[in-house]
Design a binder for this molecule. Structure first.
Ligand code: RFL
Ligand code: PHB
Length: 390
């Protein structure tokens, strides 16, 4: 097989890239390790930056989001022993975020790709990248046969555990990492959500309330990294959530049986550069953020914005300017997201072994936010994500 861009990974980054390239008349093949049902079964992100919302609209992927998604003006922050606080993101940035699930976006991306007759291969195994500096090709196994795709470029959109990043030689690749000693236990429940999305700091640990639609709530609590899902009955989860959220909002929490329950470990990670020869990394393949800042999916979309523009400019104008600046441009946004995600994680979670000094600094960070419009404006600017560069 031969194509212009071989895309490894059929998650949001890979699907969106193949969609945007198709609109520009550029051929791609997506290869995905899992089945489509498996990809769609993963429950993940929920909050979209205004820039991501605009991209979905620009590429004809926003019909369902605009009908069923929930525009979000800001975020409530509950703090043990303090008054509730609302960070008014729309006031400080003039831009509106959206609560809309990654699962639904991925469904819409698959629908668009199938409508346009996309080449997508599922359940591929032993994917390997070859000759990425000169004449790239990808080999893999499917249905017991070894297959090969020759291409002009490889897009590594295969998430944190995929093989693409490792195709960048070890002496070139630099990796930066923080692993946190806790994770998020998340549950999905078919009950009306709380009034607004809320983050909570409590001396027992972080908690948060989110949603997917008017009848579907998503809640999280911080748990030790060593906990397993089996350790957490629904009852234990609801009790922890109630303890960590202030009593006056308990009436807003509608409990019920969980329809999904999982633990996500928290990690900050960046691999540089994001380009090596004809290989370009996008999304979780190159970077991971803890979910606290709601940035991971948004970064996947912004990487694809930069990468698709670079590839389109290459094919349409013969200019490699954007290909050559891809890694540096994408990384500026990535590091800004790493920064706010790390600071929000530090602000809102209890770290094992922290001492009273750490706790005082945390309290002071929150007091500064509540007490200063300048700090709120800065926070809102970062939470919204940097604008895309020309
Ligand atoms: P994905 O979604 O991991 O997709 C990569 C795809 O590559 C496939 N793959 C392979 N394919 C072929 N060969 C191989 N060898 C392969 N190895 C892997 C995988 O099967 C998969 O289909 O990466 P992508 O596309 O870069 O998208 C990134 C996002 O999924 C991720 O950043 C977000 O979900 C992060 N995230 C959030 N992001 C936000 O912007 N806002 C949020 O509110 C938000 N909340 C979250 C989150 C992530 C969470 N978890 C579970 C990690 C909340 C949670 C709890
Ligand atoms: C979610 O709805 O899953 C969600 C929302 C905000 C976050 C993380 C996850 O920061």
């Amino acid at each position: 097989m031969r194509t212009q861009v071989c895309i490894i990974g059929g998650g949001p980054a890979g699907l969106f890239l193949s969609h945007v390239l198709h609109e520009a008349g550029i051929a791609s093949i997506v290869i995905e390790r899992q089945t489509k049902a498996h990809v769609l079964g993963r429950i993940r992100a929920g909050v979209l930056e205004a820039g991501t919302v605009e991209l979905l609209r620009r590429y004809g992927l926003a019909e369902r989001m605009d009908r069923d998604g929930m525009p979000k003006d800001g975020t409530r922050i509950f703090w043990e022993g303090k008054d509730d606080f609302f960070i008014d993101v729309i006031r400080w940035t003039g831009r509106q975020m959206m609560v809309w699930g990654q699962t639904q976006i991925t469904e819409d991306l698959y629908a668009a790709r199938e409508r346009d007759g996309a080449a997508m291969l599922f359940e591929v195994e032993n994917v390997a990248l070859h000759d990425v500096e000169a004449s790239p090709f990808v080999t893999f196994e499917q249905d017991g046969e070894t297959k090969r795709i020759d291409c002009d470029f490889i897009a590594g959109c295969d998430g944190f555990h995929g093989p693409s990043r490792m195709a960048i030689p070890a002496d070139i690749r630099r990796e930066y990492e923080r692993v946190y000693p806790f994770g998020w236990l998340g549950i999905m429940v078919e009950r009306p959500p709380m009034k607004e999305l809320a983050y909570a700091y409590h001396s027992e640990g972080f908690a948060m309330a989110s949603r997917r639609n008017p009848m579907l709530s998503r809640y999280y609590v911080q748990v030790p990294a060593t906990d397993r899902v089996e350790d957490w009955s629904d009852d234990r989860f609801w009790e922890a959530l109630h303890r960590r959220l202030p009593e006056h909002v308990h009436g807003e929490i509608e409990t019920g049986p969980s329809i999904e329950k999982s633990i996500a470990p928290l990690r900050s990670f960046v691999a540089e550069p994001m380009r090596w020869g004809k290989l370009f990394l996008a999304g979780d393949a190159a970077h991971i953020v803890p979910p606290t800042g709601a940035k991971g999916l948004n970064l996947a979309f912004s990487d694809v914005f930069y990468l698709s523009r670079a590839l389109i400019t290459h094919y349409a104008e013969g200019s490699d300017h954007y290909l050559d600046s891809y890694s540096a441009m994408a990384l500026r946004r990535v590091w800004a997201a790493e920064n706010i995600s790390w600071r929000m994680t530090r602000l809102l979670h209890v770290f094992p072994g922290e001492d009273p000094f750490d706790q005082k600094i945390r309290q002071n960070d929150f007091d500064l936010l509540v007490g200063s419009q300048d700090v709120q404006r800065a926070f809102a600017f970062e939470y919204m994500g940097l604008p895309f560069e020309d």
